[in-house]
Design a binder for this molecule. Structure first.
Ligand code: ASP
Length: 340
C-alpha cells in the first residue's frame, strides 16, 4: 500500500519544549524530535518534518502565519500537520483556514502537558493528527472540512474551535457546533460537516491577502459599567494610536453600556468597528429585538459591523485579514454578515 505523504511543520509551543537546568520549560525541540517521539508515525505515512520556528504561540504574528500559508500552499504533499502552542491555536487555525484553499487535510495540533510531565499529550495528539490526515473520509472531504484542529482525539473546524480552559488537558472545544469527528481506537468516526459558505465568501472577497501589510486591530472586551476611556483614547490619539480597526467584545446579543454608545458610534465613523459576542464561545448576535441607543438596532444603524457567530478573537483575525486585503467598510460588513 502506498502511504500518504504528510508534512509536519513545527512552530514551537509546549509540545516542543524541554526543561532547562532550573527545570523551567524552554523552547528547544524541533520537528524531527517530535516525530522521533512517535515511532508509530512511520507505519501510517511518509513523513517529512520541518522546523519552521521555535517560539511560544503567544509570540507568533500574523505575518508568520501568512508566510506559513504560502509555504503550505506550495507543498506537493497529501496532508499537512502544523504543531504549535495552544495559546493562539484558535486564531492561527482560523487564519490558515481563511488563507488556504487546498484539497488536502491541513491540521493544527499542540499539547497542554509538556514533555517533562507524566503523560504528556503531545505525542498522542501528533499521532492522532497524522491518523486524521491519512483517513479516507477526511481526505475525501478535505476542502469542505477546511483547516482542522486535532486535540485529545477530537477533530474541530478552525472557525469553531476555542481554547476553553487555560491549563486543563481537555482545554479545547467547539461549543457552538461540536467536533467534526472523533478518534476511537484507530478509527476516525465522522460526526458533522462545517457550514462552509461564510469562509468561501470571505476567501472570494479576500483574494490574495498575503501581500498586504499588517493592520493592527484593537480588541476591547466590554464589562459592567465600562466607561469607554479606551474608545475615547482611540478617537483622540494620533492616527487612532496606530490601530486600523476595532473589535468590541459586546454584551449580550450586541449591546454596549449606554454611556458608551455615542463613543462607539463616533468610533465607527472613523474605523471599522466589529461587534462580537463576549458571551460563551461567540454566537450569532441579535439584529432587531431591542430598542434604545445602546442596543443592536441603533448600533447597526450607526454603522457598527455585526460579527455574526464569530467570537471576538476570531472576529479580530477576520478583520485584520480583511483590512490587510484592502477591503473597505461595505465589503468587510458583507464578509462578516455571512457569519450570521
Ligand atoms: N505558551 C504555550 C504556547 O502557546 C502554551 C502551549 O503551548 O500550550 O506556545
Amino acid at each position: 500500500m502506498i502511504k500518504p505523504r504528510i508534512n509536519i511543520l513545527a512552530l514551537g509551543g509546549t509540545i516542543a519544549t524541554r526543561p532547562d537546568a532550573s527545570g523551567a520549560m524552554q523552547m528547544g525541540l524541533g520537528a524531527d524530535d517530535l516525530v522521533a517521539a512517535v515511532p508509530e508515525l512511520a507505519a501510517l505515512a511518509d513523513i517529512t518534518a520541518e522546523t519552521v520556528s521555535k517560539v511560544g504561540s503567544h509570540s507568533l504574528g500574523f505575518d508568520q502565519i501568512h508566510a506559513l500559508a504560502v509555504r503550505i500552499a506550495g507543498l506537493d504533499t497529501d496532508g499537512v500537520i502544523v504543531t504549535q502552542g495552544t495559546d493562539t491555536l484558535e486564531e492561527t487555525a482560523f487564519l490558515l483556514d481563511l488563507l488556504l484553499v487546498r484539497d488536502i487535510p491541513v491540521i493544527v495540533t499542540a499539547a497542554m502537558r509538556n514533555p517533562a510531565l507524566t503523560s504528556p499529550d503531545g505525542p498522542g495528539n501528533l499521532l492522532a493528527a497524522v491518523r486524521v490526515a491519512c483517513d479516507p473520509w477526511i481526505r475525501a472531504h478535505a476542502r469542505v472540512l477546511g483547516v482542522m484542529a486535532v486535540m485529545l482525539d477530537e477533530v474541530y473546524a478552525a472557525a469553531d474551535v476555542v481554547k476553553a480552559h487555560p491549563t486543563r488537558l481537555n482545554a479545547f472545544a467547539a461549543p457552538q457546533s461540536g467536533p467534526l469527528a472523533a478518534l476511537v481506537e484507530d478509527r476516525i468516526v465522522p460526526l458533522s460537516r462545517p457550514v462552509r459558505e461564510p469562509i468561501t465568501l470571505a476567501q472570494a472577497r479576500l483574494g490574495d491577502a498575503s501581500h498586504g501589510k499588517a493592520q493592527p486591530v484593537a480588541l476591547l472586551w466590554l464589562g459592567l459599567d465600562e466607561p469607554g476611556f479606551l474608545v475615547q483614547a482611540l478617537l483622540d490619539g494620533r492616527d487612532h494610536l496606530g490601530y486600523r480597526g476595532v473589535v468590541l467584545g459586546a454584551m449580550g446579543g450586541g449591546h454596549v453600556p449606554e454611556r458608551m454608545a455615542p463613543l462607539a458610534t463616533r468610533l465607527a465613523e472613523v474605523l471599522p468597528v466589529v461587534m462580537s459576542a463576549r458571551a460563551g464561545a461567540g454566537g450569532p448576535l441579535l439584529r432587531q429585538t431591542y430598542g434604545g441607543p445602546s442596543s443592536e438596532i441603533a448600533l447597526r444603524k450607526a454603522g457598527l459591523i455585526w460579527g455574526g457567530r464569530l467570537q471576538p478573537l476570531k472576529a479580530r483575525v477576520l478583520l485584520e485579514t480583511c483590512l490587510r486585503a484592502g477591503l473597505g467598510r461595505a465589503a468587510i460588513a458583507e464578509v462578516f454578515d455571512a457569519f450570521g
